[in-house]
Design a protein around this ligand. Structure first.
Ligand code: HEM
Ligand code: HEM
Length: 227
Protein backbone atom coordinates (compact mmCIF):
# COMPACT_ATOMS: atom_id res chain seq x y z
CA UNK A 1 0.00 0.00 0.00
CA UNK A 2 1.24 3.44 -0.90
CA UNK A 3 -0.23 6.90 -1.44
CA UNK A 4 -1.44 6.77 -5.03
CA UNK A 5 -3.81 8.71 -7.31
CA UNK A 6 -7.51 7.88 -6.94
CA UNK A 7 -9.42 11.12 -7.69
CA UNK A 8 -8.39 12.52 -11.07
CA UNK A 9 -7.69 16.25 -11.47
CA UNK A 10 -10.93 17.00 -13.42
CA UNK A 11 -13.08 15.52 -10.60
CA UNK A 12 -11.22 17.56 -7.97
CA UNK A 13 -11.34 20.77 -9.99
CA UNK A 14 -15.03 20.20 -10.74
CA UNK A 15 -15.75 19.78 -7.04
CA UNK A 16 -13.99 22.83 -5.67
CA UNK A 17 -14.86 25.14 -8.57
CA UNK A 18 -18.54 24.13 -8.33
CA UNK A 19 -18.57 24.76 -4.56
CA UNK A 20 -17.10 28.27 -5.04
CA UNK A 21 -19.39 29.07 -7.99
CA UNK A 22 -22.59 28.06 -6.17
CA UNK A 23 -21.86 30.29 -3.21
CA UNK A 24 -20.92 33.12 -5.60
CA UNK A 25 -24.20 32.64 -7.51
CA UNK A 26 -26.16 33.12 -4.31
CA UNK A 27 -24.22 36.32 -3.53
CA UNK A 28 -24.66 37.73 -7.02
CA UNK A 29 -28.43 37.14 -6.87
CA UNK A 30 -29.18 37.98 -3.25
CA UNK A 31 -26.49 40.25 -1.81
CA UNK A 32 -24.49 42.16 -4.41
CA UNK A 33 -26.35 44.87 -6.31
CA UNK A 34 -26.11 45.09 -10.10
CA UNK A 35 -24.38 41.73 -10.46
CA UNK A 36 -26.98 40.08 -12.73
CA UNK A 37 -24.73 40.11 -15.83
CA UNK A 38 -22.08 38.27 -13.84
CA UNK A 39 -24.78 35.93 -12.44
CA UNK A 40 -25.78 35.02 -16.00
CA UNK A 41 -22.21 34.34 -17.20
CA UNK A 42 -21.34 32.31 -14.12
CA UNK A 43 -24.63 30.43 -14.56
CA UNK A 44 -23.60 29.48 -18.13
CA UNK A 45 -20.21 28.37 -16.83
CA UNK A 46 -21.89 26.20 -14.16
CA UNK A 47 -24.13 24.69 -16.83
CA UNK A 48 -20.93 23.71 -18.67
CA UNK A 49 -19.44 22.25 -15.47
CA UNK A 50 -22.52 20.07 -14.92
CA UNK A 51 -22.56 18.80 -18.52
CA UNK A 52 -18.82 18.09 -18.29
CA UNK A 53 -19.19 16.02 -15.09
CA UNK A 54 -22.14 14.14 -16.58
CA UNK A 55 -20.02 13.09 -19.57
CA UNK A 56 -16.97 12.44 -17.34
CA UNK A 57 -19.18 10.10 -15.30
CA UNK A 58 -19.29 7.82 -18.35
CA UNK A 59 -15.86 8.23 -19.92
CA UNK A 60 -13.64 9.48 -17.07
CA UNK A 61 -11.19 7.55 -14.90
CA UNK A 62 -12.19 4.53 -12.77
CA UNK A 63 -13.53 6.25 -9.62
CA UNK A 64 -15.07 9.17 -11.53
CA UNK A 65 -17.46 6.83 -13.36
CA UNK A 66 -21.06 6.41 -12.24
CA UNK A 67 -20.64 2.65 -12.70
CA UNK A 68 -18.04 2.59 -9.90
CA UNK A 69 -20.26 4.16 -7.24
CA UNK A 70 -23.95 3.92 -8.14
CA UNK A 71 -25.22 1.17 -5.85
CA UNK A 72 -28.60 -0.43 -5.23
CA UNK A 73 -30.56 -0.17 -1.93
CA UNK A 74 -29.15 -3.51 -0.74
CA UNK A 75 -25.55 -2.25 -0.87
CA UNK A 76 -26.59 1.02 0.77
CA UNK A 77 -28.29 -0.72 3.71
CA UNK A 78 -25.33 -3.09 4.11
CA UNK A 79 -23.01 -0.06 4.21
CA UNK A 80 -25.14 1.77 6.80
CA UNK A 81 -25.33 -1.42 8.93
CA UNK A 82 -21.55 -1.81 8.82
CA UNK A 83 -21.16 1.87 9.74
CA UNK A 84 -23.47 1.46 12.76
CA UNK A 85 -21.59 -1.67 13.88
CA UNK A 86 -18.34 0.33 13.67
CA UNK A 87 -16.89 -2.09 11.10
CA UNK A 88 -14.30 -0.90 8.58
CA UNK A 89 -16.31 0.93 5.94
CA UNK A 90 -13.52 2.66 4.03
CA UNK A 91 -13.94 2.59 0.27
CA UNK A 92 -11.56 3.78 -2.40
CA UNK A 93 -14.05 5.88 -4.38
CA UNK A 94 -17.42 7.10 -3.11
CA UNK A 95 -19.14 4.76 -0.67
CA UNK A 96 -22.56 3.31 -1.70
CA UNK A 97 -24.47 6.10 0.10
CA UNK A 98 -22.05 8.91 -0.84
CA UNK A 99 -22.47 7.81 -4.45
CA UNK A 100 -25.88 9.51 -4.35
CA UNK A 101 -24.19 12.93 -4.00
CA UNK A 102 -23.20 13.38 -7.60
CA UNK A 103 -26.54 12.46 -9.28
CA UNK A 104 -28.36 14.63 -6.72
CA UNK A 105 -26.11 17.64 -7.30
CA UNK A 106 -26.18 17.23 -11.08
CA UNK A 107 -29.98 17.16 -10.91
CA UNK A 108 -30.41 20.14 -8.57
CA UNK A 109 -27.76 22.35 -10.17
CA UNK A 110 -28.94 21.24 -13.62
CA UNK A 111 -32.48 22.42 -12.76
CA UNK A 112 -31.07 25.65 -11.31
CA UNK A 113 -28.99 26.47 -14.39
CA UNK A 114 -31.64 25.40 -16.93
CA UNK A 115 -34.50 27.28 -15.27
CA UNK A 116 -32.22 30.35 -15.10
CA UNK A 117 -32.26 30.43 -18.91
CA UNK A 118 -36.05 31.03 -18.73
CA UNK A 119 -36.00 33.43 -15.77
CA UNK A 120 -36.24 37.21 -15.59
CA UNK A 121 -35.72 39.68 -12.78
CA UNK A 122 -38.79 41.50 -14.17
CA UNK A 123 -36.65 44.62 -14.66
CA UNK A 124 -33.90 44.50 -17.28
CA UNK A 125 -32.34 41.04 -17.16
CA UNK A 126 -33.95 38.06 -18.85
CA UNK A 127 -32.48 34.65 -19.55
CA UNK A 128 -31.94 33.94 -23.28
CA UNK A 129 -35.03 31.70 -23.54
CA UNK A 130 -37.35 33.79 -21.36
CA UNK A 131 -39.35 35.10 -24.32
CA UNK A 132 -39.71 31.69 -25.98
CA UNK A 133 -42.21 30.17 -23.54
CA UNK A 134 -45.73 30.95 -22.39
CA UNK A 135 -46.44 33.15 -19.35
CA UNK A 136 -47.43 30.15 -17.23
CA UNK A 137 -44.23 28.27 -18.12
CA UNK A 138 -42.21 31.42 -17.33
CA UNK A 139 -43.78 31.50 -13.87
CA UNK A 140 -43.03 27.81 -13.28
CA UNK A 141 -39.39 28.25 -14.35
CA UNK A 142 -39.00 31.35 -12.18
CA UNK A 143 -40.59 29.57 -9.21
CA UNK A 144 -38.30 26.54 -9.70
CA UNK A 145 -35.24 28.82 -10.00
CA UNK A 146 -36.13 30.45 -6.69
CA UNK A 147 -37.04 27.22 -4.82
CA UNK A 148 -34.32 24.81 -6.00
CA UNK A 149 -31.57 26.75 -4.27
CA UNK A 150 -33.17 26.00 -0.88
CA UNK A 151 -32.68 22.27 -1.57
CA UNK A 152 -29.09 23.01 -2.57
CA UNK A 153 -28.50 24.75 0.77
CA UNK A 154 -29.85 21.65 2.56
CA UNK A 155 -27.58 19.41 0.50
CA UNK A 156 -24.52 21.60 1.18
CA UNK A 157 -25.20 21.70 4.95
CA UNK A 158 -25.76 17.92 5.25
CA UNK A 159 -22.78 17.21 2.97
CA UNK A 160 -20.37 19.28 5.05
CA UNK A 161 -21.73 17.87 8.34
CA UNK A 162 -21.30 14.28 7.11
CA UNK A 163 -17.75 14.95 5.88
CA UNK A 164 -16.89 16.48 9.29
CA UNK A 165 -18.50 13.50 11.07
CA UNK A 166 -16.27 11.15 9.06
CA UNK A 167 -13.25 13.25 9.95
CA UNK A 168 -13.82 13.85 13.65
CA UNK A 169 -16.04 10.95 14.82
CA UNK A 170 -14.83 8.16 12.51
CA UNK A 171 -11.27 9.54 12.14
CA UNK A 172 -11.56 9.09 8.39
CA UNK A 173 -10.23 12.06 6.45
CA UNK A 174 -12.00 12.34 3.09
CA UNK A 175 -11.10 16.01 2.55
CA UNK A 176 -7.39 15.76 1.83
CA UNK A 177 -7.84 13.10 -0.88
CA UNK A 178 -10.36 15.45 -2.55
CA UNK A 179 -7.55 18.06 -2.57
CA UNK A 180 -4.46 16.10 -3.65
CA UNK A 181 -6.29 13.11 -5.15
CA UNK A 182 -4.31 10.42 -3.32
CA UNK A 183 -5.22 7.57 -0.95
CA UNK A 184 -3.36 4.57 0.51
CA UNK A 185 -4.02 1.94 -2.15
CA UNK A 186 -2.25 -0.78 -4.11
CA UNK A 187 -0.92 -0.14 -7.62
CA UNK A 188 -3.82 -2.10 -9.13
CA UNK A 189 -6.38 -0.02 -7.23
CA UNK A 190 -4.89 3.34 -8.20
CA UNK A 191 -5.55 5.16 -11.46
CA UNK A 192 -2.57 5.65 -13.78
CA UNK A 193 -3.19 9.35 -14.52
CA UNK A 194 -5.93 12.00 -14.82
CA UNK A 195 -6.49 11.50 -18.58
CA UNK A 196 -6.12 15.26 -19.03
CA UNK A 197 -6.05 15.30 -22.83
CA UNK A 198 -9.42 13.54 -22.97
CA UNK A 199 -10.77 15.93 -20.31
CA UNK A 200 -9.60 19.00 -22.26
CA UNK A 201 -11.26 17.74 -25.47
CA UNK A 202 -14.54 17.17 -23.59
CA UNK A 203 -14.24 20.67 -22.02
CA UNK A 204 -13.80 22.28 -25.43
CA UNK A 205 -16.80 20.43 -26.90
CA UNK A 206 -18.94 21.38 -23.89
CA UNK A 207 -17.82 25.03 -24.05
CA UNK A 208 -18.74 25.22 -27.75
CA UNK A 209 -22.13 23.63 -27.02
CA UNK A 210 -22.91 26.04 -24.17
CA UNK A 211 -21.84 29.03 -26.30
CA UNK A 212 -24.16 27.86 -29.08
CA UNK A 213 -26.98 27.28 -26.57
CA UNK A 214 -26.86 30.68 -24.88
CA UNK A 215 -25.45 32.98 -27.57
CA UNK A 216 -26.26 31.62 -31.05
CA UNK A 217 -29.43 29.58 -30.75
CA UNK A 218 -31.73 31.90 -28.71
CA UNK A 219 -34.08 34.08 -30.77
CA UNK A 220 -33.37 37.82 -30.74
CA UNK A 221 -35.81 39.28 -28.18
CA UNK A 222 -38.54 41.54 -29.50
CA UNK A 223 -38.08 45.09 -28.27
CA UNK A 224 -40.95 46.90 -26.60
CA UNK A 225 -40.83 50.63 -27.18
CA UNK A 226 -42.60 52.96 -24.80
CA UNK A 227 -43.14 56.58 -25.75
C1 HEM B 1 -21.24 24.17 -2.41
C2 HEM B 1 -20.66 23.25 -1.72
C3 HEM B 1 -20.42 21.80 -2.15
C4 HEM B 1 -21.01 21.03 -3.11
C5 HEM B 1 -22.13 21.41 -4.04
C6 HEM B 1 -20.36 19.73 -3.07
C7 HEM B 1 -20.67 18.66 -3.90
C8 HEM B 1 -19.99 17.46 -3.94
C9 HEM B 1 -20.15 16.44 -4.96
C10 HEM B 1 -21.09 16.54 -6.15
C11 HEM B 1 -19.29 15.44 -4.68
C12 HEM B 1 -19.04 14.22 -5.55
C13 HEM B 1 -17.84 14.60 -6.44
C14 HEM B 1 -17.74 13.84 -7.73
O1 HEM B 1 -17.84 12.61 -7.76
O2 HEM B 1 -17.52 14.50 -8.76
C15 HEM B 1 -18.59 15.79 -3.47
C16 HEM B 1 -17.63 15.03 -2.86
C17 HEM B 1 -16.92 15.44 -1.76
N1 HEM B 1 -17.02 16.67 -1.13
FE1 HEM B 1 -18.21 18.18 -1.58
N2 HEM B 1 -19.40 19.76 -2.10
C18 HEM B 1 -19.40 21.01 -1.52
C19 HEM B 1 -18.59 21.46 -0.51
C20 HEM B 1 -17.67 20.69 0.14
C21 HEM B 1 -16.83 21.14 1.24
C22 HEM B 1 -16.84 22.56 1.83
C23 HEM B 1 -16.08 20.08 1.60
C24 HEM B 1 -15.04 20.00 2.70
C25 HEM B 1 -15.34 20.21 3.93
C26 HEM B 1 -16.41 18.97 0.73
C27 HEM B 1 -15.84 17.73 0.78
C28 HEM B 1 -16.10 16.70 -0.10
C29 HEM B 1 -15.40 15.43 -0.05
C30 HEM B 1 -14.32 15.04 0.95
C31 HEM B 1 -15.92 14.63 -1.08
C32 HEM B 1 -15.51 13.20 -1.42
C33 HEM B 1 -16.35 12.28 -0.57
C34 HEM B 1 -15.92 10.84 -0.77
O3 HEM B 1 -14.76 10.55 -0.50
O4 HEM B 1 -16.77 10.05 -1.18
N3 HEM B 1 -17.38 19.37 -0.14
N4 HEM B 1 -19.03 17.03 -3.04
C1 HEM C 1 -26.47 26.99 -11.40
C2 HEM C 1 -26.51 28.24 -11.70
C3 HEM C 1 -27.37 29.23 -10.98
C4 HEM C 1 -27.58 29.40 -9.63
C5 HEM C 1 -26.98 28.58 -8.50
C6 HEM C 1 -28.50 30.51 -9.47
C7 HEM C 1 -28.97 30.98 -8.25
C8 HEM C 1 -29.90 31.97 -8.10
C9 HEM C 1 -30.47 32.42 -6.86
C10 HEM C 1 -30.11 31.85 -5.48
C11 HEM C 1 -31.35 33.40 -7.13
C12 HEM C 1 -32.19 34.19 -6.11
C13 HEM C 1 -33.53 33.52 -5.99
C14 HEM C 1 -34.43 34.18 -4.98
O1 HEM C 1 -34.47 35.41 -4.94
O2 HEM C 1 -35.13 33.44 -4.26
C15 HEM C 1 -31.35 33.62 -8.56
C16 HEM C 1 -32.11 34.55 -9.22
C17 HEM C 1 -32.06 34.77 -10.58
N1 HEM C 1 -31.28 34.10 -11.49
FE1 HEM C 1 -30.04 32.55 -11.10
N2 HEM C 1 -28.81 30.99 -10.71
C18 HEM C 1 -28.14 30.24 -11.65
C19 HEM C 1 -28.16 30.37 -13.01
C20 HEM C 1 -28.84 31.38 -13.67
C21 HEM C 1 -28.82 31.59 -15.10
C22 HEM C 1 -28.06 30.71 -16.10
C23 HEM C 1 -29.61 32.67 -15.35
C24 HEM C 1 -29.94 33.33 -16.66
C25 HEM C 1 -29.40 33.06 -17.78
C26 HEM C 1 -30.12 33.14 -14.09
C27 HEM C 1 -30.97 34.21 -13.93
C28 HEM C 1 -31.52 34.63 -12.75
C29 HEM C 1 -32.49 35.68 -12.64
C30 HEM C 1 -33.02 36.55 -13.79
C31 HEM C 1 -32.85 35.76 -11.29
C32 HEM C 1 -33.96 36.63 -10.72
C33 HEM C 1 -33.54 37.67 -9.86
C34 HEM C 1 -34.79 38.34 -9.30
O3 HEM C 1 -35.83 37.67 -9.12
O4 HEM C 1 -34.69 39.51 -9.05
N3 HEM C 1 -29.62 32.34 -13.08
N4 HEM C 1 -30.46 32.73 -9.11
Amino acid sequence: MQKRLVWDLPVRLFHWILAICLVTQWFTAEVIEDAMDFHFYLGYFILGLIIFRLIWGFIGTKYAKFSSFIAGPKAMFAYIKALMNKQDTSTIGHNPVGGLMLPLVLLLVGIQATTGLFTSDDVVHSGPYYGTVSDSLQSIMQWLHHQTFSFLWIFIAVHILVICWYKFALKHDLIRPMLHGKKMVTEQQAIANSQLLKAIIVMIVVAVFVYWLVEINPPIPEMDYYY
